[in-house]
Structure formats: C-alpha cells, structure tokens
Write a protein that binds this ligand. Structure first.
Ligand code: SF4
Length: 923
C-alpha cells in the first residue's frame, strides 16, 4: 500500500493528495497492495484497508445520520378501521414529524403464546408522508362551483361554522330536527372524535346513522344466533387452535399485524384450511385449499353439517345444553311450542324440550321468560330426536318435533354429490374436511368479508356457526366462529355510550344507513322476494315499528354531516345517490384531514387533525389492549381535532341561537325542551368535559374495562383491559389467557342473549318461515344477467379509501385501479394484460386497466375496493356497478332478541351478488 495512505487517519490526507492517489490508482488499475505485476491475494483485501477510515469526506454521513435524529418521540396509532390498533412511535425533529416506527411495547399475555410485538403494516409505516401530502386539507373551504367540480374558496373558521350552525338551526325550526343527519364510523378506533359529533347530534335532536351494517361488516348471523353484535376471540387465541378454517378471509392481506398467529399455530399442531374462489396470499399457507365456486359457501357448510350429523360426529352433551336443537316445534305451524300454547295466560318466551328421563315435555331453563337464569340441565336429558303428542290449551292434540329433527330433514337436501357439484370441490375432500373439523379440537373458523358481503350473509353466518356449535367449539379457547371485518367493538363501552349520548340512548334518533340511503334516493331493487318488492317489506317493517326511518312522514333529509368517513365513495350505487339523495340535501359538510370523494362533493369542508395530531383512545377486537393517540404536534395549518371542531360548532350554535333570540324548541318525540342558547353548556357537560383529554378520561373512568387508567398513564404503553362488564360481555379477561367469548355461557351456564336462551338456529318469525329461512340453508346468489361476478374485497395496499392515494402505496402496485381477470376469461374476450377495459352492467360502468391473474377464479373479476372516483379511472368508479339491495328478513324486529339497534341489527349493504361484463375499452 502506498505510504501516503497507510495507517493515516482520514484527516491526514489532503484533498490534493487524495486526487493524486486516485489518478495513480486509476492509471494502474490499482487495488490496495496489488500492482499490475503482483498477483491479487485475499490477504491484501483483509489487510488494513478501510475506506471509511481513509475516506476524507464524512460530511455526507452526518447529513444521513441527522435524518434519523429527533428531539421528541410520541406514541400514537392510526384509525382507518383496519382493526390493527398498532402501537407506533412518531419521531419529531424541529417541529416536523419525520418518521414512525413500531413501538413493540405490548405486554405479553403469557410466555407460551406468541406476542403482539412488533405490530403494524406498511400503510402505518408511511403515514407521516400522508400528513404532509398535497391531499392534506389545510383551511376551511366553501364550495364555489358545482358539487364535485373542485372549485372552492378559503373561508375563516368563523364564517364556515356560522354557515353550518345557521343551517342546522334553520332545519330544526322549519323542517324538524330529524332532517339533520350525522354519519361517522367505528367509534372503537377513536371514540373521542366520534363522540364530538354524536354529542352534537344528540343535543340537536339529529339522526345518528349506522355504519357496521351499511358497510356489510356486521355478520347478521351473530345477532340472530347468539343475540350479540359480534364476538370474536383476540388474535393471539388463534395460536391455541388445532384446526383453523380461513373462510373468505385473506388474513395475509387484511390482518397483516395478526396473520402470524395463525401461521405460527402450525408449529403448535394446527392445520389450516383456506376456502376462497381465488388462490390468494393466505392460501399459500394452507394445508388444504378449497377453490370454491363463488356464492356456494353455504352449500359446503350445509354439506359438512350433514356429514357431522349422519356420522354422529357432533358433541351431544354440548348440543343438548347450549343450542336450541332439542327445543320442540309445532309440526303444523312451524312455530316453537310456547307456554302460551299450553295454558291460558302462559308466556310467549318460555319453550320446551322432551325430557328423556321423565319422558315428558319440560320447560327449557334459561329462556327469556324463564324463571331460571341458568341453562344448566340439572339432571334433565333433552331428547334431540322424535315426535311427541301435545295437548294445547284450546283442547287440540298436536304433534311436536325437535329443531334437530327439522335440521336433519333440511340437511337431507345436501347430499355429498350435490354439494361437490355446486361448490366445484372434490367429494372426498369435503368429507375429510367435515370429519377433521369435527374431530380436531379446538377448531375455529376465521371469517371475513369475502363471505360476509353476500346477500345471504345471514344464512351463511348461521350455517358456519352451526358447524362449530355442533362440534362443541364455541366458547372455548382456540375454537369458535370468529368474524373480523371492521373494528366495531368498543371495549370501554359504558363510558363511551355515556359520552356519546349523554341523556340516554333512548333519547337519540338512530338510523340504519342502508335503509336511509335506499329510501331517500332513487335506488331501486328490481327483484321480488316471495313475489313482493322490497318496498312492501320496508313499509311493513316501518309501520310495525321494527325499523325506524327518519325523517318521518315522507320528509327529506336536508343536512348531512360526515366525519371520520368517506360516505359517498364507499356507498353502494354511489352514482344513484349522487343524482338523487345528494340533490335533495341543502347542506353537506365533510370533516376530514384529506380531500377524499365525500369532501370533494361537499359544500363545506372543515380541516381535521390527522392521527398524529390528536388526543384519543384506540381499541380493537383483534387484541385485548387499549392505548392512546399521542399528539406529536399541534394540528397542522388551520386544522383542529374533531373534538375541538364540534366544540366550536356547539359554541357557534349557541351564539347564533342567542343572536336570533330563538325560543327553546320542544322536541315532541322525546318530550324534550331544547334550549339552543345553552347548547355549548350542554355539549361540554356544563363545562366538565371541555378538552379531548377530559373526554378520553371520562370514557376510561366510566368503564369497568379500564378502571384505574387515565389518558396520561396510558401514554407510556398499551395496557390490557382489567375486566369486562358482564352487562355487555360474555367472558372475563383472564390473566395469562387469550380472550375468547362465550365462556360465561359454556362454563358458567349463563343463558345466551337470545329468545330461547340458547344458541338459536331456529327463527320462527313469520317472515323467516315464509321465506324458508327458519333454519340455515344454502340459497343461490341473487340472479343477475351478466356473466362475471364483480368482486371488490379489502386489499393489501389501502385501508378502504385511506392510503389509496398515497404515493408509496401506489408505487407498490400498478398505481391505478386495476381489475384482475383469469387468463381464460381474458382470452375469450380478446383481452391482453394492461388493456383498458370497460366494465359494465345495467347499473353503470367504469373504465380502467385489466391485469391477467392466474390465481383469479374463472367467472369472476376482482378490483380491490376503495379507489377514489377521481383516482385513475377513465370513467366511472368501482361503485358505479353496485346498487343497494336489502334482505327482507333483515328488516324484522320486536322478535325476542331481534330488535333494531344501531350497528347491531338492521339490513346490511351487501355487494357480492353484483355481476358484470368486461370488454376492451376505446380510449
Ligand atoms: S394502519 Fe392499522 S394495521 Fe396498519 S399499522 Fe396502522 S393501526 Fe396497524
């Protein structure tokens, strides 16, 4: 080595010497210690050569290092309804958020379970860039052009809030408080933000819309069978399973932080079955892959149930105690045998089984009307089979039989060869699937939107639940039917409801959004149900008081306030809504941190703080921890937190009311005098809940789940819930044990929250009997005349529409809306990869690029959902092809446990049964 370089520190070499040395080296093809005449040897490379030590220019390194320095770290998370609820550190330097990093600070449940660390996804890893992106809303805006035209003027907060406050009050006094409608989603992901608006709706007498049923994330089979909204185990419990069925759930793409629990369960002896029409990124981990025909999952479930029953693979003691299968039904009417049938003045909610010990009909313990508040059988032995004579109170002698017998008769419709033909699956594989699901314990179904978005989602849910109930898997760690679509469950529920609707939920106008959107738009479902249009069922339902429809008496909604949501982009048939509902609305306000489709089509846009600029709480049903949004910075530009925006609006409403000397408004429906001059005092709880931190503390302090927790002490790291409120939960949070629901019922024999007090598979409501849905069944998807199913699932590169327009996410795909098609379908239509295609049906069309995907199922095309209308389509959008269609059976109410409750029971906005054709587009 040249003496000039050997052993010198970088500073010892001048720039002149370096350049001279470099020139010599270049001239002689110089390698350290190796001249052209010498043979290169390894030892010379391992010698003292160290380019970093000898290289004189280190400034660039410092520049690079500085990129990774910070002066503040704040813990926070994201709230886009991803169900992740992941803990992140946000790094701030000189008042700028520079990056985020997974915090990896979830305490471990126990050493034998994989832990939740680190937790996150690629979207969360680039949120900082979103915060500063051009999509970011900076100032209040008021529309100057047509809705959607993109013409705006900047307004002051005072001007924008005055406009909104005056219109809301004008509506109350001139058209009724129910003409003001409010829409926001998923309180669990940021309850303080949600409550800001819901409190305003509450004190104003406005209508609060649902989201969980509207987005079709609600699994209606759960309220029907279990009397709950949704109950699922936390994802760590997947590891405890020995048989995991991924049924319409692509966890590798949609549960990125949690998928590992399922795949790691294979090291714990689990088998994985993936059931999906396409070969997707979760299927590659499966031991058995069922490439099922779209819309035939119900047939597979019923076929598997038949095998379990025929081969007596069911758990008999469990079925007798925990399900309604032994309950007696009148053969003639199909109605349950009730106490009111047997004696005058008897109850409608007491039911019977045949006790094989005493050989007589016996009241089933634990039903809604039962004196016994336990389902323990106490020496009774309910018969599952047989027919029995019964004398009714009117003197008639009739025959009754069991639900199990009726189920057996129904299952007879699903012989193996028929199921194989319908599903396109090999008969022997279906057989071994049913046998393994029944015998490998515990077994669970992880259920997703892939199946839940079908029109007959309730029947599908019920058939799937039947499988895990027959085999005694519900209410046990590692077992059950676990549905994860949406972050719907608010763990600290009591505190949340107290904050959201302070004068009691009974004084709040709630509305199922599917029904509201259909009824107040030009939506039209062309199908008949049992010979009747859906309008007939809607009228009956509203008339009977089963479902509310606000505003009443044919009046139209007039103002629509949207926050934390992208209503228009995500709405089924959004073009129909745009040209009808939208035109009837006098005022549309969107509160948002980015310009999305709903914001673009609004009249007033109010800039909201992003996830990293606010104080809030966050929980999910995927884990049993609560944690916080930390404020890394004050809200950027002129944005404010949702809480502060609604507080400012409440103050403005009071100010306008005082200025206009408005007399108190008497809300006759609730018999409530609303004095709007005192609106701000009402909204702030007489000054006790002014800040968002006070709101967060209110929720924590008023919930059993979070006793002893405060916003401040939660900021350090996530904490596991300390208890569950038995009012609303069905299992305890146990130290060292992953949470799974329904242990209260299975272990403590607490009645299920249903009419019969059991897992109820038989619904004897007249509409269910009339439409032949009293028991689970397979029904074909709704008939549509086009050849290809239009599949719009949740994808990997966005959470719904959020991150759809993120530069980094667009670079990980083709950067624009893509429809995926099987090569055979493409060939038949003369289409080639990356062609512009026109996708159409009777509802509308869109034009986008097509990608050939061998993993796609022939007869179906897929576009991952959420693309904004303005983002890359030549024409139309992914919702241009959809429309709203409701199931009549989801409009019922006042049936024991089946009653309208916001986000709990109501018609779902399903979207899987849509069909389309695809052709080459002329662009
Ligand atoms: S977006 Fe959701 S899943 Fe992704 S890191 Fe954030 S919280 Fe986790």
């Amino acid at each position: 080595m040249s003496e000039a370089w050997k052993g010198k520190s970088p500073g010892a070499v001048s720039r002149r010497q370096f350049l001279a040395g470099a020139a010599v080296g270049a001239a002689s093809l110089w390698l350290p210690g190796c001249r052209r005449s010498e043979k290169p040897s390894l030892s010379t490379l391992l010698g003292d050569f160290n380019p970093l030590r000898s290289y004189p220019y280190r400034g660039w390194e410092n520049f690079y290092r500085k990129m990774w320095t910070w002066d503040k770290v704040v813990r926070s998370t994201h709230s886009a309804n991803c169900t992740g609820s992941c803990s992140w550190n946000v790094y701030v330097r000189n008042g700028v958020m520079v990056r985020e990093e997974q915090a990896s600070d979830y305490p471990r449940i126990n050493a034998d379970l994989p832990d939740y660390n680190p937790r996150g996804c690629q979207k969360g890893g680039c949120f900082v860039e979103y915060v500063y992106s051009p999509q970011r809303l900076r100032y209040p805006l008021i529309r100057t052009g047509e809705r959607g035209e993109g013409k705006w003027r900047r307004a002051s907060w005072d001007e924008a809030l005055t406009l909104v406050a005056e219109k809301l009050l004008d509506n109350v006094y001139n058209y009724g408080p129910d003409t003001n409608t409010f829409f926001s989603v998923i309180p669990a992901m940021s309850p303080v933000s949600f409550c800001g608006g819901s409190r305003l709706a509450h004190y104003l007498g406005g209508v609060m819309c649902s989201f969980y049923d509207w987005y079709c994330d609600l699994p209606p089979g759960e309220p029907l069978t279990w009397g709950v909204q949704t109950e699922a185990c936390e994802c760590a419990d997947w590891f405890n399973s020995k048989y995991i069925v991924l049924w319409g759930s692509n966890i590798s793409q949609t549960r990125i932080p949690d998928a590992h629990f399922a795949f790691e369960a294979r090291y714990n002896g689990a088998k994985i079955v993936a059931i999906s029409p396409d070969y997707n990124s979760s299927c590659i981990h499966a031991d058995l892959f069922f490439q099922i025909n779209p819309g035939t999952d119900g047939a597979l479930a019923m076929g598997a149930a038949r095998i379990m029953v025929d081969e007596k693979l069911y758990d008999e003691p469990y079925v007798k105690e925990q399900t309604d299968l032994p309950l007696l039904v009148l053969k003639q009417t199909g109605r349950f045998l009730r106490e009111s049938d047997l004696k005058a003045g008897g109850k409608d909610d007491v039911f019977y089984f045949w006790d094989a010990v005493r050989e007589q009909i016996t009241p089933a313990p634990g039903a809604m009307g039962s004196e016994q508040k336990s389902i323990r059988l106490q020496g009774l032995d309910p018969a599952l089979s047989g027919s029995y004579p019964v004398r009714l109170s009117d003197g008639r002698n009739v025959e009754v039989t069991t639900v199990f017998e009726l189920l057996r008769a129904r299952l007879a419709d699903y012989p193996l060869d028929r199921v194989a033909r319908l599903t396109g699956l090999p008969a022997n594989e279906i057989q071994s699937f049913a046998r393994e699901l029944a015998t490998r314990k515990p077994a669970m179904i992880i259920h997703g939107a892939g199946t839940n978005h079908w029109f007959h989602n309730d029947l599908l849910n019920r058939a799937f639940i039947l499988l895990v109930a027959l085999t005694g898997n519900v209410g046990k760690n590692g077992g059950g039917f676990n549905h994860y679509v949406g972050q719907e469950r608010v763990w600290p529920e009591h505190g949340f409801f107290e904050l959201a609707f302070p004068e009691s939920r009974k004084k709040q106008r709630f509305q199922n959004t599917t029904l509201w959107s259909y009824a107040h738009s030009a939506s039209k479902d062309p199908h008949l149900y049992n010979g009747k249009p859906i309008e007939w069922y809607i009228q009956e339902s509203v008339k009977n008081g089963w479902m509310p429809l606000w505003p009443k008496d044919g009046r139209k909604p007039r103002a629509f306030i949207v926050w934390r949501a992208n209503y228009l982009n995500q709405a089924k048939g959004n073009e129909i809504l745009e040209t009808s509902l939208w035109r009837d609305l006098d005022l549309i306000v969107d509160i948002n941190y980015r310009m999305d489709t709903t914001a673009l089509y609004s009249d007033v846009v109010l800039p909201a703080a992003s996830y990293y600029e606010k104080v809030d709480l966050n929980s999910t049903d995927c884990h049993s921890y609560i944690h916080t949004f930390g404020k890394a910075l004050d809200p950027l530009f002129e944005s404010k937190t949702d809480w502060d925006i609604f507080r400012a609006l409440a103050e403005k409403i009071a100010e306008v009311a005082r200025k206009k000397k408005l007399k108190p408004y008497r809300d006759e429906f609730f018999e409530w005098e609303r004095d709007f001059t005192r609106f701000a005092e009402d909204w702030t709880g007489k000054g006790t809940i002014v800040t968002d931190e006070q709101a967060a503390d209110f929720i924590l302090a008023h919930s059993k789940e979070t006793q002893g927790m405060t916003y401040q002490n939660l900021q350090a790291q996530p904490r596991r819930f300390v208890a569950t409120d038995p009012e609303s939960w069905n299992s305890d949070v146990e130290e060292g044990v992953a949470y799974t629901p329904f242990k209260h019922q299975v272990e403590k024999k607490r009645p299920w929250r249903t009419l019969t007090g059991r897992q109820q598979f038989y619904i004897d409501h007249p509409w269910y009997l009339e439409l032949d849905e009293a028991l689970p069944a397979h029904k074909e998807p709704v008939a549509e005349k086009y050849p290809l199913y239009w599949n719009t699932p949740h994808g990997r590169w966005s959470i719904h529409s959020t991150w759809r327009d993120h530069r980094a996410m667009l670079r990980l795909q083709r950067g624009m809306p893509i429809v995926y098609m099987h090569p055979d379908d493409a060939r038949r239509r003369g289409l080639r990869d990356n062609d512009w295609v026109r996708i159409y049906n009777d509802i509308g069309f869109c034009v986008c690029r097509m990608q050939i995907l061998p993993g796609e199922k022939p007869g179906r095309v897929t576009m991952y959902h959420g693309w904004e209308k303005f983002l890359g389509f030549q024409q139309g959008g992914w919702q241009s092809l959809t429309y709203i269609k409701m199931k009549p059976t989801q409009l019922i109410g006042k049936y024991g446990h089946i009653n309208f409750r916001l986000n709990y029971w109501g018609p779902t906005g399903n979207n899987r049964d849509i069909k389309v054709e695809v052709e080459k587009a002329k662009v």
